[in-house]
Design a protein around this ligand. Structure first.
Ligand code: SF4
Ligand code: SF4
Length: 288
């Protein structure tokens, strides 16, 4: 079973929920946790995992052969990312950082002056602690293709799972609703949407659950710091009731969660009373 942890807004506690759920699952099941927040991976920190490099991720990019180039500018015209700058009578200039590797420029060049090469865009790491097998993605600094990195880490995790044979795979997504989030959600069986009682979190929650509905993936809500403000907690409850979405858990705003981050230890290991809370989420998702 594949479960995505998402939520829309950043900083609502997705990684705390993902790591604690993974630790709870791992007490009875073989579990893989994928840190798919490639721009800002931190599950290894929350679980005190010493990561080892598993693979480097590359993206296709064009390489120009100016001896064959006729300065026609068709490659620049074909590039929708403005990664090729062309001025009449000049050779095209390539802006590597803006390239997404679609190779439309290569297809558009009538003179065979463009061939395919590769650039590094990220890395995949693995590690284990608390019986949780962690697969962690990391976008190379300055690169933009986090969606590609997440798609690759999902693919490689299936490969890793041939050895691990996990029956539960948790995917901790990045914030937002863009390509990296979509790459995290596709092919999952359940989405746990983590939110907090603030207007911006509720706004983003609605957007991410629109995606869940679009992909027809079952979902439920976890309200982190639910006792922060009554007013906005009630708004979340109202929304959940209207849309018939189950609230899987209400996590209180407590110092234990701060301690968990500082000590790099899952909250269920800081204070065992939270085990019950995460176990209830598992029961409500209905996974044995
Ligand atoms: S590979 Fe695609 S994005 Fe990159 S330069 Fe060519 S057309 Fe532009
Ligand atoms: S399409 Fe080919 S020949 Fe034309 S400018 Fe680009 S690289 Fe040069």
């Amino acid at each position: 079973m594949k479960i995505a942890i998402t939520g829309g807004k950043g900083g609502v506690g997705k990684s705390i929920v993902a790591t604690s759920l993974a630790v709870e699952f791992a007490s009875k099941n073989r579990t893989i946790l994928i840190d798919a927040d490639a721009e800002c991976p931190n599950d290894h920190l929350l679980l005190s995992v010493k990561r080892k490099k598993y693979a480097t991720i590359y993206q296709s990019i064009p390489k120009f052969d100016y001896s064959k180039c006729k300065k026609c500018g068709r490659c620049a015209l074909a590039c929708k990312k403005e990664a090729i700058v062309w001025v009449k009578g000049k050779f095209p200039a390539f802006v590597k950082d803006a390239c997404i590797g679609c190779l439309a420029c290569q297809a558009a060049c009538p003179y065979g002056a463009i061939r395919e090469t590769k650039k590094e865009i990220g890395k995949i790491y693995t590690g284990k602690n608390y019986n949780v097998n962690l697969v962690s993605s990391e976008l190379k600094l300055g690169e933009l293709a986090s969606g590609e990195v997440v798609a690759e880490v999902r693919k490689r995790s299936d490969e890793i799972n041939k050895k691990v044979k996990a029956n539960i795979m948790i995917i901790d997504s990045s914030p937002g609703i863009g390509c990296p989030v979509i790459a995290s959600l596709v092919g999952t069986d359940y989405i746990v949407a983590v939110t907090e009682p603030t207007p911006s979190a509720l706004f983003d929650l609605k957007r991410v659950l629109y995606l869940a509905n679009h992909f027809r993936i079952k979902h439920g809500i976890v309200v982190n710091k639910f006792d922060l403000t009554k007013k906005f907690y009630r708004e979340i409850e109202k929304f959940a009731k209207e849309k018939k979405i189950p609230i899987l858990s209400r996590i209180p705003y407590r110092k234990d969660f701060v301690t968990s981050v500082i000590k790099m230890k899952p909250v269920v290991k800081i204070n065992p009373k939270y085990k019950k809370m995460f176990k209830e989420i598992i029961d409500k998702i209905n996974i044995k």
